[in-house]
Design a binder for this molecule. Structure first.
Ligand code: SAM
Length: 274
């Protein structure tokens, strides 16, 4: 691939480098980079995805934590296009600073370090309004949770919070052999497209987040029990939901209805406080 000395993959940075050319080109095809696209890559590593994306789009901004990878990557990318690398922790990185002038929005990609994938997804959702789409390689189980419908075994807090913000498409599986070193788990490639407008009205978004966390805090318990600290069984019945139901069977619309009730209760409580 190059004349540079091979970097020894670091476990603590979740480094599993893609090396299967067929799968890499399948991923790039699914991303469909176009000239001038405002691409942002999280964790470019040795550039397996960076270089083909850069050749197609002409420019790319990357956020990479491992400082030892930055200079070799820049050297490798020299003839491919205009690469900007921020040596930074993506979990603390302000992606808004990269947002192009509206109506253009960022296209985020990455073969994410699995140890931080869930907090990273939540961090990115905070900037969803400046993001056009996201394509990620993640642990297969995480992708299944992202895409899970109500009533399925994998449906949980992550499914509800991500589906509130994005349309989720599980694109294809990547076997451990696609990476160096091979991870112990299967992976999958996923597309997340933030909704232009929320598809449901949740009232106060912080109250919604709290409600969903609380509802899934004990999966096997009924809403009457899990939501007791937030609302009464009568309030649950008031929005047309059976309090004997469990969170894992509620649709996004039903969570939204509960969240609105919770928001109203909170507002009334603060109004009544002298
Ligand atoms: C699974 S590897 C993928 C590398 C490359 N994109 C590939 O597919 O071959 C994850 C990459 O994310 C980087 N990384 C790990 N933690 C990070 C963080 N908090 N912020 C930014 N990059 C991080 C690692 O150094 C590594 O380059």
């Amino acid at each position: 691939m190059n004349n540079h000395r091979r970097h020894r993959p670091r476990k603590r940075f979740g480094q599993n480098f893609l090396h299967d050319p067929t799968l890499i080109s399948r991923m790039v095809k699914a991303i469909r980079p176009r000239p001038g696209d405002p691409l942002v890559e999280i964790g470019p590593g040795e550039g397996a995805l960076t270089l083909p994306l850069l050749r197609a789009a002409g420019r790319l901004t990357a956020v990479e934590l491992d400082r030892d990878l930055v200079a070799p990557l820049q050297a490798r990318a020299r003839t491919a296009g205009e690469l900007t690398v921020h040596q930074a922790d993506a979990l603390r990185f302000d992606f808004r600073q990269l947002a192009p002038a509206p109506p253009a929005r960022l296209r985020v990609v990455g073969n994410l370090p699995y140890n931080i994938s869930t907090p990273l997804l939540f961090h990115l959702l905070e900037s969803a309004d400046v993001i056009q789409d996201m394509h990620f390689t993640l642990q297969k189980e995480v992708v299944e949770r992202l895409a899970a419908p109500p009533g399925s075994k994998t449906y949980g807090r992550l499914s509800v919070m991500v589906q509130y913000r994005c349309a989720v498409t599980n694109l294809f599986r990547l076997p451990p052999g696609a990476f160096r070193p091979p991870p112990k788990v299967d992976s999958a490639f996923v597309r997340l497209v933030p909704h232009a407008e929320p598809t449901v009205d949740v009232g106060d978004e912080q109250a919604f987040a709290r409600l969903v966390t609380q509802a899934f805090s004990q999966r096997r318990k009924t809403l009457r029990n899990t939501l007791r600290p937030l609302m009464s069984a009568d309030t649950i019945i008031g929005v047309g939901i059976d309090p004997r139901e469990r969170a894992e069977n509620l649709s996004l619309e039903q969570f939204a209805a509960l969240s609105q009730a919770h928001t109203r209760t909170k507002r009334n409580a603060s109004r009544d406080t002298p």
